[in-house]
Design a protein around this ligand. Structure first.
Ligand code: FE2
Length: 204
C-alpha cells in the first residue's frame, strides 16, 4: 500500500494549485481591465494585475524557502470562476451593468484566493515554515485589499449607475421626457454615464 500523504504534501499541492491560479488570473485580469468602462475600475484591475505578477514572484520565493522547485498544477477552481467571468463579458449588457458584473466576477476570484492563502498561511505556521508564512501573509493582505477596493468601487457609484441605467432604459421605452426628471437619483455616481446625469453629479 502506498504511504499516506502528509500535511506537507497537501501544502505543496495547494501551493502548486495557487501558483497556477495566479498565472491564469494574470490573463483574466488583463481582459477584465480592457472590458471595464469605468476608468477607476480599469485602474483597479490593472493595479491588481501588477500585484498578481508580484505574487507569482513571491510564490517562487516560497518554493525556494522550502527547497522546492516552483511548479504549477492546473487549478480547476479558478478556471471555473474565470470561465463564468468570460461568459459575462460575452453577454450584451450596457456598460454600467457590465462594470457591476465585472466587480462581481473579480470578487469571486478574490474570495477564492483569500481562502487559499488563508489556508496556506495557517498550514505554513503550523509546520514551522515561518519565511513561507510571512510571504504568503503579504499576498493574503493584498488579496483582501483588492477585494475591499472592488467593494468600494461598487458601493461608491457603479452599482447605482447600473441600477439607474435599468430605470432609464425602461423609461425610454415609454417616452423621453421622463428621463429628464430621473437624474436626482443618480447623484451617487462618480462617472458621467449619460448627458442627463452629468449636471446633478457632484465631483469627487
Ligand atoms: Fe492573487
Amino acid at each position: 500500500m502506498a504511504e499516506a500523504g502528509t500535511l506537507q504534501d497537501a501544502f505543496l499541492d495547494e501551493l502548486r494549485d495557487t501558483y497556477d491560479a495566479e498565472k491564469q488570473l494574470t490573463k483574466a485580469l488583463a481582459k477584465m481591465a480592457k472590458a471595464s468602462s469605468s476608468p477607476d475600475l480599469r485602474e483597479a484591475f490593472e493595479t491588481h494585475l501588477e500585484e498578481t505578477r508580484g505574487q507569482i514572484d513571491r510564490l517562487d520565493r516560497v518554493f525556494e524557502s522550502l527547497d522546492e522547485k516552483p511548479r504549477g498544477k492546473h487549478c480547476d477552481g479558478i478556471a471555473g470562476i474565470i470561465e463564468e467571468g468570460k461568459s459575462i463579458m460575452e453577454e450584451d449588457f450596457d456598460e454600467d451593468t457590465l462594470d457591476a458584473c465585472l466587480i462581481a466576477a473579480g470578487q469571486r476570484a478574490e474570495h477564492y484566493e483569500m481562502a487559499a492563502y488563508g489556508t496556506l498561511v495557517a498550514w505554513a505556521r503550523c509546520m514551522g515554515h515561518e519565511e513561507a508564512a510571512d510571504l504568503l501573509q503579504q499576498t493574503l493582505d493584498e488579496e483582501k485589499a483588492a477585494d475591499e477596493k472592488l467593494t468600494q468601487l461598487a458601493e461608491s457609484g457603479i452599482n447605482q449607475q447600473a441600477s439607474d441605467a435599468m430605470q432609464g432604459g425602461d423609461e425610454e421605452e415609454e417616452g423621453e421626457e421622463e428621463e429628464e426628471q430621473q437624474p436626482a437619483s443618480r447623484s451617487r455616481g462618480g462617472r458621467a454615464a449619460s448627458g442627463a446625469a452629468v449636471a446633478k453629479r457632484s465631483s469627487r
